[in-house]
Design a protein around this ligand. Structure first.
Ligand SMILES: NC(=O)c1ccc[n+]([C@@H]2O[C@H](COP(=O)([O-])OP(=O)(O)OC[C@H]3O[C@@H](n4cnc5c(N)ncnc54)[C@H](O)[C@@H]3O)[C@@H](O)[C@H]2O)c1
Length: 356
């Protein structure tokens, strides 16, 4: 890999919500105040959109065809923020163009597609980062340290409990088809990856899931979507004995909630994701130590929450400049995709157990 003594010139493909909304891509990059990073170009297939966004955010170059962005030799790194069904081809093109690449979650539609992308990425000497940005937040790394240091003891269970009312859900109307807009994929692509990371990267043994659909009112265009579960309840069993329990609903008006719990035999933690995202509050993490005499004791965590995309970019730029190993180089993403594929199969077959 080359040495980065120079500015990283970044190109963004996709100028939609996740690129332009507050605390997402452009805002997060700018919030880092990293003088050695420049957003040089943006591309979007929707006529005029990239030019509008470039003007609004003072980005020097804009294109409708992302191949023109990739043809710019000055572009070192690219972020892919397009609907999921486009990720595979765009990622392959970016890697072949010799760029460092970050792909939004879900990295691809299926595990099969990701295998193809990773094979190409492994041939390149550039950084490939993909998947859940939430996993790259600093608190997640602290959680992982608590696990790997042994302080939590044996971590045997992670749970996700997520409820929202549909019209408050973010990014619901990206008509990305399979593995894109259903809650099992929209939220599961984050949460399964977190479970793998925090349970010690175990191998999944089997998956059981039920999904419930309310598709008619989902589509903005009035066209019913074929794969859009609104509610998903899933259990993933791992070879180290650990379990991941996932419950996500987006048809639960007035009950907004997004909580992750991680249980170990020495310590447990509770992380209020919603509080962290929406209120930027540090009071979103609670740690409990199991004292044999006193019972469960709450202890004050010594770390603060980071911001999702900002922490992701900090990591991406460090991987490029300092050659540090990427936390999400696609390997865990592939296991995530295999689990999501199995969740889909289980949902489609009425909740039967799918062995991996
Ligand atoms: N990490 C997160 O928390 C998070 C949140 C929301 C969305 N996402 C992911 O980000 C991606 C984009 O989501 P969004 O909500 O911004 O969607 P969006 O529909 O608002 O924007 C996508 C943009 O991509 C453009 N596009 C489509 N095909 C293209 C192509 N071939 N070339 C160039 N541009 C193309 C569209 O014109 C559109 O402007 C999805 O994969 C989604 O899952 C991640």
């Amino acid at each position: 890999m080359e040495n980065y003594k120079k500015t990283i010139h970044l190109g963004i493909i996709g100028a939609g919500k996740v690129t332009t909304q507050p605390n997402r891509h452009i805002d997060s990059i700018r919030s880092l105040h990293d003088k050695d990073v420049e957003i040089t170009a943006i591309a979007d297939i929707t006529p005029g959109l990239a030019a509008d966004v470039a003007e609004e955010f003072h980005i020097p170059y804009s294109f409708e065809d992302y191949h023109d962005l990739l043809a710019m030799e000055t572009i070192d790194a690219v972020t892919i923020n397009t609907p999921t069904f486009t990720h595979k081809q765009i990622a392959l093109d970016c890697i072949r163009a010799g760029k460092h690449v970050y792909v939004e979650k879900p990295i691809t539609q299926t595990a099969e597609e990701l295998v193809e992308v990773l094979a190409e990425a492994r041939k390149s000497n550039k950084v490939f980062l993909g998947g859940s940005n939430g996993l790259l937040q600093r608190q997640m790394r602290m959680f992982r340290q608590l696990v790997s240091s042994g302080r939590m003891g044996e971590t045997y269970l992670m749970t996700i409990d997520r409820c929202s009312s549909r019209n408050q859900e973010y990014g619901m109307h990206s008509l990305s088809g399979k593995h894109g807009s259903g809650i099992s994929s929209h939220s599961g692509s984050h949460n399964v990856e977190w479970a793998l990371y925090l349970l010690g990267d175990p191998n999944p043994v089997s998956v059981q899931a039920r999904g419930y659909y309310q598709t008619q009112s989902l589509s903005l265009s009035g066209v019913p979507e074929t794969y859009d579960d609104d509610t998903c309840i899933a259990t993933v069993y791992f070879d180290n004995g650990a379990t991941f329990l996932f419950k996500a609903l987006r048809a639960a008006p007035g009950q907004d909630k997004y909580v992750m719990n991680l249980y170990g035999d020495k310590m447990s933690l509770s992380y209020d994701v919603l509080k962290c995202y929406k209120q930027q509050s540090d009071d979103c993490i609670h740690l409990y130590e199991h004292d044999p005499i006193l019972g469960m004791q709450e202890i004050i965590p010594k770390f603060q929450c980071g911001k999702t995309h900002a922490d992701m970019y900090e990591h991406f730029f460090s991987c490029i400049r300092d050659h540090i190993p990427c936390i999400s180089n696609g390997d865990r993403g592939l296991v995530t995709m295999r689990i999501l594929d199995a969740m889909e199969q289980s949902i489609l077959h009425g909740g039967c157990q799918i062995f991996l």
